[in-house]
Unconditional design. Structure first.
Length: 69
C-alpha cells in the first residue's frame, strides 16, 4: 500500500517539503531507530575487533559470551 504523502512545491514546481500522515511518520521513525541501533551494534563490534587485534581488549570464549546475553 502506497502511503498518502502530499508534497509542497515552490514557484518553479520543485518539491520543497512533504506532508506525511502521523501513522506513516511513526513507522518511519521506528524503522530508523531500529536500523540505527543495528548499525551502532555493528560499529561497536568492529571497534571491539580492532581493540582485540591491537591487544587493548581480551577475547572471550563463546560460552562466556553466551552467558552474558
Amino acid at each position: 500500500m502506497q502511503p498518502n504523502i502530499q508534497y509542497l512545491t515552490n514557484e518553479q514546481g520543485s518539491k520543497t517539503a512533504a506532508l506525511v500522515p502521523i501513522k506513516e511518520w511513526e513507522k518511519i521513525i521506528a524503522f530508523y531507530e531500529y536500523y540505527t541501533e543495528i548499525g551502532d551494534s555493528i560499529k561497536r563490534g568492529f571497534q571491539d575487533v580492532k581493540a582485540i587485534k591491537s591487544g587493548k581488549k581480551q577475547t572471550k570464549s563463546i560460552s562466556t559470551f553466551l552467558d552474558e546475553l
